[in-house]
Design a protein around this ligand. Structure first.
Ligand code: DHB
Ligand code: FE
Length: 319
């Protein structure tokens, strides 16, 4: 079966992409930022995931303000980099995993999370910057296929942190019901504290950010109860992006090992936060999860029943 083995949290500041694209990585200002991701690139090169699910937000690049899905799953075969005003970033086209994405869509929607299915989409800095930070700057192709999951955090109302966390759990059930053995990692991107405009532009709250990072492994349930207003007040208007990290966290075991953390301020006007969390029982290999999870019977049997009925419909159709 496919398995989510680790979660990665990472800021996705667009200026980091611009620094990479314009050869500024050795400048002291930027070196401070990039040096924090050296160990992460080593970790990723060793981990060699078969697929990455990248939870990010579109910044009015693929979806204009005319239409903003709350949760949009990229099911296409490829996702070109978006033109965000200076032409598309010079990064490889992101290749998708349509079979796993379609399976996730089926599983998660039958699990009563109403995702939007997206079959054509460009991806902006929200996705491509964390890819660079963890996979470096490949010229021709990214090392693994990617399933983008775009979350609305740009127009009120965004989903609650708790909803995001529960979606993470549904994603995990989806991945673990995919029959092929695949090693999957999940990214939660955005944040940390930042505010781009208005009188509080430039706001950074390192104390609050640190407590958020601490609680990803210490008390994630507490994080799921943070109301939108607290994100806005403490972490700035754009700090609300941090709810996306809770999708990543929900997709992991209750207990995780924090294997790496990096925090620096500022990059552009933003606090840069990064964490790698591994499932505590990662090493134990083939772990049985099906049927044993706390959520257990109700949701699972609803899903199983829905799958069976789909199967019946499908087999009727072929008779
Ligand atoms: C900026 C934009 C972002 O989307 C983000 O997450 C952080 C910073 C910016 O414009 O500086
Ligand atoms: Fe952003």
């Amino acid at each position: 079966m496919a398995k989510i083995i680790a979660g990665i949290g990472s800021s996705h500041v667009p200026a980091i992409g611009a620094a990479l694209d314009n050869g500024k990585t050795e400048e002291p200002y930027w070196k401070r930022v990039f040096s924090g991701f050296e160990k992460s690139k080593e970790w990723m090169a060793k981990t060699k995931p078969d697929v990455a699910i990248v939870v990010y937000n579109d910044h009015a690049s693929a979806f204009s303000v005319e239409m903003i899905p709350t949760f949009a799953l990229g099911c296409a075969a490829e996702f070109p980099p978006a033109d965000e005003g200076w032409g598309p970033r010079p990064v490889p086209v992101v290749k998708g995993h349509p079979a796993l994405a379609a399976h996730i869509a089926q599983s998660v929607i039958l699990d009563e999370f109403d995702l939007t299915i997206v079959n054509k989409m460009e991806v902006d800095h929200g996705l491509t910057v964390p890819m660079n930070l963890l996979f470096g700057q490949p010229k021709d192709a990214w090392p693994c296929p990617v399933i983008p999951l775009a979350v609305n955090v740009v127009m009120y109302p965004p989903p609650t942190g708790h909803r995001c966390y529960m979606l993470g759990k549904a994603l995990r059930r989806a991945v673990e019901s995919y029959p092929e053995d695949l090693k999957v990692v999940i990214f939660g991107t955005g944040g940390l504290s930042h505010q781009i405009s208005g009188p509080r532009a430039g706001l950074i709250n390192s104390k609050w950010d640190k407590s958020f990072l601490d609680n990803l492994s210490k008390d994630q349930k507490k994080l799921t109860r943070i109301p939108h207003l607290e994100y806005m007040r403490e972490a700035g208007a754009e700090g609300i992006e941090m709810v996306m990290w809770l999708i990543m966290r929900g997709a992991l075991d209750d207990k995780v090992d924090e294997v790496y953390r990096f925090y620096t301020v500022p990059a552009s006007n933003t606090a840069v936060g990064h964490i790698i969390l591994e499932n505590a029982r990662k090493a134990s290999g083939t772990r049985k999860v099906a049927g044993k999870s706390k959520r257990g019977s109700a949701g699972k049997s609803r899903q199983a029943a829905a799958r069976k009925s789909i199967h019946r419909i499908a087999s009727k159709g072929t008779r």
